[in-house]
Every structure is written in C-alpha cells, then in structure tokens.
Write a protein that binds this ligand. Structure first.
Ligand code: GLU
Length: 310
C-alpha cells in the first residue's frame, strides 16, 4: 500500500470522482432478465468508503438503495464458511476463474457439476444450498447478516423484483437442475433458485454495502465481533480478485488492482485490505456485466490514492 487514508483528503476527492464519472448520457446496457433494473435512471452514481477506523465518506447517490444482485455472493460465501467451514464448502465448488459468462451452462456440464467458483451463478447456487441446510429461508438469514454488519435496518428484500426475476429464471433453473443431476444440490432446484433470486434482490445503499463489507478489510472482524478468521477473510479477497468481475476479472485487476465483486444492478464492492471497503454504484453495464461508470471511477480512485494490493 503506497498511500494512507488521510492523503489526499477523501471528501473533496470523492466529490470530484462523482463529478467526473456520473454518466452524462445514456450508454451501456441493463440485464433483460431482471425487468426492475431497467427502470433505474441511467445517471445515478454513488460512492462510499468505510474505513477500518470507523469513518464513512460518501458522495453522489450514496444513500439511494440499489439492487445488490451478485454482490450478495460475497456475503453468502462468508456465511457458508462461517457456518459450515472450508472443507465442506470447497468440496463442492472450486476457486478458479471461469472465463465464461456468469450464467454459463456449458462449463458446468463439462466439469461434472462442480462450479468453477462461488461468484458465478452455479457456484452461488451451491453456496445457497449450503445455507439452506441451516434455514430454508437463507435469503432472510443473509438479510439479517447484512443488517447487522451495515449497522442499521436499511437493507430489505425487494420481493416484487424477486418475483419478476423468478419468472425469468429459466437459465438459473437449468443450472440448478444440472447441479442436482450431478449430485451437487441437496435441496430442490426450485427452492434454491427462489432463495438465490431473493438474495440478489436485496436493496442496499453504497454506504450500507461498504460498511457491511468492512470485515473483509479488517481481517475478518465485523461490526460486533469475528465473522471469519483472518485467513478466510484474505482468501475471500483472493477469490474476489481472480473471480469477482465475471469474465473481466483480469481487466479489472489490471485497471484497479484491488479485490472486487460486481452485480448486474450496477454496484461494485472493493476491498483495500487493512484500510477500507468501497462501494460504487451506477446502473448501466458494459458488455461483461460490470458497471461502466463504476469500473472507470474505481480505476481513477485507485490511481489517485495509490490504493492497490500491488
Ligand atoms: N440475479 C442475477 C442472475 O442470477 C445476478 C447476476 C449478477 O449480478 O451477476 O442472473
């Protein structure tokens, strides 16, 4: 790490990041299988930085709730590791970049139902199946976890959005049925997909996501105690770096140099180990499914601050 948090001053820096990167005209895409995401104005842009010393810096639309979508996968992985331990989780999902789209079916069949990593949909379905061993309503368990880590009652499940996504979930159901056929799903395919879609439909603000992810920057220590061991927190960061940005993980590592996880709602959470967690949100996506303005803003922020794991 080449820079400390107090240089340059964060408040004016974040304001300038918002001025520079808030979209001025409509470009990029929104996912067609989640109708609720198309309704979000294209020029939304928020950023929040939560530091390990407890400060939070925000700018732009940092207090507007957005759909966290696949950012949820970081938190469900942490919960599964916390509850069942690494041996159980890692016997059913790998830790390699997929190089394919987040919802690809091809690799799963060729590789006999063992997903490449927990951050593609197939892997997240297996993680959800783990969580459902403890409670059938894994989405509500995730919501409780996020509410506790974010330190307030803000996060909620957009049940209407979840229902519309569920009615467009043929591909996720196909993945779940493949997993089931290969013996890598305990619950029914339908119940796992329903839970998974509700997890993805959790609404949070940038400020809440940054605070909820802080345990990963703080060696596993969360809002009210240990979430994971230091080693497990480090390992989640490693998987974010190699697998967190769909099939653009290499490009994101090149541009930003930090572990990140994006969601098709336009959010990206990034960890600066030992220093802070950052969440940026802007809804329009590039061809790989990552926030266009969000990725550019994080590359800019990391260049201007020197925050990087390299
Ligand atoms: N709910 C979305 C899906 O399963 C999440 C995708 C994402 O954010 O990567 O298609």
């Amino acid at each position: 790490m080449t820079t400390t948090l107090d240089a340059p001053p964060l408040d004016p820096l974040l304001d300038d990041i918002v001025r520079t990167h808030r979209p001025q005209r409509e470009s990029g895409t929104v996912p067609t299988h989640i109708p609720s995401l198309a309704a979000v104005p294209f020029n939304r842009f928020g950023i929040a930085v939560a530091t390990v010393s407890g400060e939070v810096f925000t700018s732009g639309d940092a207090y507007v709730p957005f759909s966290i979508q696949s950012i949820s996968k970081v938190f469900t992985l942490a919960m599964a590791l916390q509850r069942e331990g690494p041996v159980s989780v890692w016997s059913r999902v790998l830790r390699e970049p997929s190089g394919t789209a987040f919802n690809s079916l091809v690799q799963l069949e060729v590789e006999h139902g063992i997903p490449r990593n927990p951050f593609i949909n197939a892997g997240a379905l297996v993680v959800t199946d783990h969580l459902m061993k403890e409670t059938q309503d894994a989405a509500s368990a995730l919501l409780r976890f996020l509410t506790e880590e974010a330190g307030g009652p803000g996060p909620f499940i957009d049940e209407a959005a979840a229902l519309t996504e569920l009615s467009n979930s043929s591909r996720n159901l196909a993945l779940a049925h493949f997993l089931k056929d290969f013996g890598n799903l305990r619950q029914s395919a339908e119940s796992v997909v329903e839970n998974y879609v509700r997890q993805c439909s959790i609404m949070m603000t940038c400020e809440e996501v940054a605070k909820a992810a802080l345990f990963l920057a703080r060696g596993g220590i969360g809002a009210s105690g240990t979430v994971l061991s230091r080693s497990e927190a480090k390992r989640i960061g490693s998987i974010m770096l190699t697998c967190g940005m769909y099939d653009a993980a290499g490009e994101f590592a090149y541009r930003v140099g930090l572990p990140g996880k994006s969601g098709v709602g336009g959010g990206i959470v990034v960890i600066v180990p030992g220093h802070c967690a950052i969440c940026v949100w802007s809804p329009r996506l590039d061809a790989k499914g990552n926030s266009l303005a969000g990725s550019a803003a994080l590359a800019d922020l990391s260049d201007r601050t020197g925050w990087s794991v390299f």
